[in-house]
Design a protein around this ligand. Structure first.
Ligand code: ATP
Ligand code: TZP
Ligand code: MG
Ligand code: MG
Length: 268
């Protein structure tokens, strides 16, 4: 994985315009749809248990996000996940707030048990809580924690048999053997709600066009982080509102030269 792979995978997303089926939370729905459109993917949100199997089957990727979960939605996620599995559609899981309440933790564990998840993306606390490690969490934001995040990511990948993405100041992606650290992004991303959730869906868009899912996730993380840096360079003096708009623009306008110049991916 290098910046050239990132560029070619981003170009493929724009060419293919993959359908990404999201079962996500009420906070981030509109931002997620707009972010995927800006990137060059095709978003759809579908939640009814009567239709999710059909929608997941025709999608390039299925994204499950438990940010504002309830029983009906969880039932739909399990139906959609199983349909995606039967139809070889990659499933990306965002365990928003796992560890904050027993219901979230138990639901996240149920989803990874009953659905064959291709990738899980969360902050360190969420991933730790899914695999039964102790890590503080405050609501949907990562707590301080004091563990080794690299070790945590590898352990989670091995335990869950899936690719694990843990984000924060630096982002980690691992299959338990090969591990990349991505040094892109900007602190303003933490001041706009849904930037983690949108990232999970963006990883879905990349997974829809690149069958090497480790490379797909790394390419998504670099592209996303570089877009944030470009947006911040134009708006940091104003604040999160302007940044959010500039970030959508940057997802749409990001060029291969930007990735060559700013992309920072390291194998560790
Ligand atoms: P949390 O609830 O802990 O904020 P999240 O689900 O919102 O988690 P983040 O970890 O914030 O997800 O990741 C979303 C994006 O923000 C990623 O691209 C990540 O690299 C970026 N990011 C998060 N914190 C920072 C930071 N301090 N500096 C630069 N980029 C960051
Ligand atoms: N509450 C429930 S879901 C949600 C909030 C604030 C959005 C979380 O989004 P992100 O991407 O994890 O910051
Ligand atoms: Mg965040
Ligand atoms: Mg999140």
């Amino acid at each position: 994985m290098n910046v050239l792979n990132v560029i070619s995978t981003l170009e493929k997303v724009r060419q293919v315009n993959p359908l990404v089926h999201n079962i996500t939370n009420v906070v981030v729905t509109n931002f997620t749809a707009n972010g995927l459109l800006a990137l060059g993917a095709s978003p759809v949100m579908a939640y009814a248990k009567e239709e999710v199997a059909d929608m997941a089957k025709i999608a390039g990727a299925l994204v499950l996000n438990i940010g504002t979960l309830n029983e009906m939605e969880v039932e739909a996620m399990l139906i959609a996940g199983k349909s995606a599995n039967e139809n070889k559609v990659p499933v990306i899981f965002d365990p928003v707030g796992a560890g904050a309440t027993l219901y979230r933790t138990e639901t996240a564990r149920k989803i990874v048990k009953e659905v064959n998840i291709s990738m899980i993306r969360g902050n360190a606390a969420e991933v730790a809580n899914v695999i039964g490690e102790n890590w503080d969490i405050k609501g949907v934001d990562a707590g301080e924690g004091n563990g080794d995040v690299l070790m945590l990511a590898k352990k989670a990948a091995q335990q869950l048999g899936t690719i694990v993405v843990i984000t924060g100041k630096d982002d980690i992606v691992t299959d338990g053997q090969t591990t990349y650290v991505i040094h892109n992004g900007h602190p303003l991303l933490t001041k706009v709600t849904g930037t983690g959730c949108l990232l999970t869906s963006v990883i879905g868009a990349f997974a829809a066009v690149e069958s090497n899912l480790l490379n797909a996730a790394a390419a998504a993380l670099v592209s996303y982080g570089v877009a944030a840096e470009i947006a911040a360079s134009k708006t940091a003096h104003d604040g999160p509102g302007s940044f959010q708009m500039a970030f959508l623009n940057a997802l749409s306008n990001i060029q291969k030269e930007d990735i060559s110049e700013l992309g920072r991916v390291e194998q560790v």
